[in-house]
Design a binder for this molecule. Structure first.
Ligand code: IVH
Length: 670
């Protein structure tokens, strides 16, 4: 293909795919299959690789991410991003209406109501139709340009092609993580035994600030547009502006309504109070805007917020329901989680039957008694929580809830470690949910990636006595699998192939798969790189473990204990015999000098010229050590951008010298 032909083809594909994107993500009306869409995208990706100079600024290939932004440039907002005044009652709403009427000196006016989306506000700048900047709210005057991350949001047009678009305009909207994506993310974390995110809003906000846009793309953020700004007059009312946004390809929540009178506003508020629970994102209220833009201008702004708009906040929904009992869940690590079993109650769109009680301290704090009526609340969190007890409805003589002392699954006596809130079942080799949990962790996509196995199959294999630990997987025969319900030749072979394939998984992931407490993916990577083999890691003393980058006391103790546990060592031997990778293949950084010998460093923040790993390698290659936390043992805190203030404070207090990337480079050069 000549360059000219490629240019035409790339142009056509870009436009075509963008249009399909819009039909799928904004209109929810795709006209081609996912497969056909993928084919088009793959063709474009190949052409762009072949002719990188022809890549268009609105190419849909940017939606999959791949840009690393080390530092988001801070930029000034052309129009400050203000907040909204809040009201909590009809009375306050009438006061607002009174102020509007007065400000407009008797002119007739009407309102336009929208829901108040609980996400992260974003300002999208378009120049000559092209999305050029996406700025976070920041302090309202300046924000960060997070464009690479925002480009991954498929409901935000990369180019607006309508004939009537002004040369420059700005669209404000709310970026959010849809509830179902938030739940998906948390399910994944849960499977990994990692801490889950507390609520969708904070997760969305954290996601927009991630450096790796590929990870942002994976999280599938979404966006509702609700405000059009610009020099050129494009509309007379806010309603028209909203329709323009819709016509230009933005996603506007269809929940808006024009409300000619305050009574209509109140009806709108009541209408959505219950129904909002069915929306794909959290909403915490309603935004009431004066519809006519000339009226808006006349009313103007206070220092903090517009006088032409206000929000009405819904009270977080709560319900009062009897506690039927408490059940206790046992996790992979043996940690016990108490769960309140409730008389089913309808709350914010779903029937709530259970709520987490976290641990014994929380039960004590609530002073929970048997049969109590408890208040449950669903705030921004998906999992409802018990917020209190209606003590006036407590039965006379009701007994305080007493925490279990034995494991509900295997009846071993529970233990509670110093300084930890959770109780644990210590019977790690005999307690079914712990055994099954460890195997489920082992096969996880991010660990050994045996996706032909799942929770159900593990359960059946366990029931049949075919697996007791991960190593047993490598001894399974086809006959074993065919003895399970629902297995046919093909599915059995799939499982065997998946297991066989996992023998190639690199050591760092094998290490993560072992499920050593506190050894998540990152720590496993660091340990594998530092110790190079399972044998050397197993032989390491706590002090030696502490020498590995980012390993602190808690991790070191946990790894040390793991390799002193005869059961674990036995399993390890079996896995080694099964042919898994227990040697790191990553090359060791070559020794370069001794200029940093006897110097220890903590690395924090992001750097201009290096990845964190590169800095770690440099320190080690020059004879120095990398530690995980600031303590008296640390000589230097190597501070990049965005370092947390707590680290700086601690270093200052302990007299640890804080050095910059440039100073570090000088040290290396002697
Ligand atoms: S209009 C000049 N409409 O609420 C004010 N804001 O407290 C223009 N928000 O930062 C804002 N949903 O992030 C508007 N339908 C909606 C909204 C909305 C949520 C957020 C927005 C803003 C904050 C103000």
């Amino acid at each position: 293909m000549t360059e000219d032909e490629a240019r035409k083809r790339i142009g056509a594909l870009t436009e075509q795919i963008n249009q399909h994107n819009y039909l799928y993500y904004v209109r929810d009306k795709p006209i081609i299959s996912d497969y056909e869409f993928d084919q088009l995208l793959q063709t474009l990706i190949k052409l762009e690789q072949q002719f990188p100079q022809l890549l268009l600024p609105d190419s849909p290939t940017q939606r999959v991410g791949g840009t690393i932004t080390r530092e988001f440039p801070s930029v000034a907002h052309q129009y400050p991003m203000l907040s909204l005044g809040n009201t909590y009652s009809e009375e306050e709403l009438r006061d607002f209406d009174g102020r509007v009427a007065k400000g407009l000196e008797g002119a007739a006016y009407e309102y336009f109501c929208e829901l108040k989306f609980d996400g992260v506000s974003i300002s999208l700048i378009y120049e000559n139709g092209l999305l050029t900047q996406a700025i976070t709210r920041g302090d309202g005057v300046r924000g960060d340009n997070v464009i690479a991350n925002v480009r991954t949001i498929r409901s935000i047009p990369l180019r607006v092609t309508a004939p009537d678009v002004p040369a420059r305009f700005e669209v404000r909207g709310e970026v959010f993580l849809p509830k179902k994506e938030f739940e998906r993310l948390n399910r994944e974390l849960e499977e990994l035994g990692e801490e889950t995110y507390a609520n969708a809003r904070n997760t969305a906000s954290g996601t927009l600030k991630l450096q790796d846009s590929r990870e942002v793309a994976r999280r599938r953020l979404d966006c509702f547009a609700y405000y059009l700004l610009g020099e050129s007059r494009t509309s007379v009312t806010h309603e028209e502006a909203i329709h323009l946004l819709e016509n230009w390809g933005f996603q506007v929540s269809p929940t808006y309504r024009k409300c000619p009178t305050l009574e209509d506003v109140v009806a709108y508020i009541h209408h959505w109070e219950k129904r909002r629970a069915d929306l794909p994102l959290e909403t915490d209220g309603v935004v009431i805007k004066v519809n006519n833009l000339a009226h808006q201008q006349q009313l103007g702004f206070t220092a903090k917020s517009p006088r032409w708009a206000i929000s009405y906040k819904y009270k977080p929904e709560n319900a009062c329901t009897p506690l039927r009992g408490i059940t206790y869940q046992v996790g992979r690590t043996g940690a016990i989680t108490p769960v309140a079993e409730l008389e089913p109650v309808f709350l914010a769109g779903t029937t709530v039957k259970r709520a987490s009680l976290h641990n014994a301290n929380e039960i004590a704090r609530l002073d929970l008694h048997e049969g109590d009526f408890v208040f449950v609340e669903k705030g921004g969190e998906i999992i409802p929580k018990v917020t209190g007890v209606e003590t006036t409805r407590r039965r006379p003589g009701a007994r305080p809830v007493s925490y279990i002392t034995r494991c509900p699954e295997c009846h071993a006596e529970l233990v509670r470690k110093d300084g930890e809130a959770a109780h644990y079942c210590p019977n790690e080799s005999g307690c079914p949910p712990q055994i099954k949990g460890r195997i489920e962790h082992f096969i996880h996509r991010k660990a050994m990636d045996i996706d032909s196995l799942g929770e159900r199959t593990i359960g059946m294999l366990y029931e049949k006595g075919l697996v007791r630990h991960a190593a047993d997987l490598y001894r399974l025969t086809k006959a074993d699998l065919l003895s399970l319900e629902g297995f046919k030749d093909k599915s059995a072979q799939n499982v065997l192939d998946g297991i066989a394939h996992s023998r190639q998984i690199p050591f760092e992931r094998v290490l993560f798969a072992l499920g050593i407490r506190y050894v998540g993916q990152t720590v496993a990577q660091k340990l594998a790189r530092h110790f190079k083999s399972a044998d050397r890691l197993a032989a390491a003393t706590v002090d030696e473990l502490l020498q590995a980058p980012e390993v602190g006391d808690i991790i070191a103790q946990s790894v040390f204990a793991y390799f002193r546990n005869p059961n674990r060592l036995h399993e390890l031997q079996l896995l080694q015999a099964a042919g898994l990778q227990f040697q790191s293949t990553v090359a060791e950084p070559e020794k370069k000098s001794d200029v940093l010998s006897n110097r220890s460093f903590v690395i924090s923040g992001v750097f201009k010229h290096y990845e964190r790993e590169q800095i770690q390698d440099l320190i080690v290659a020059h004879g120095g050590r990398v530690l995980s936390g600031v303590s008296g043992k640390v000589d230097f805190l190597l501070a990049g951008d965005n370092m947390g203030p707590a680290k700086r404070e601690k270093a200052e207090k302990l007299g640890v010298k804080i050095i910059s990337e440039e100073e570090f480079e000088k040290m290396l050069n002697g």
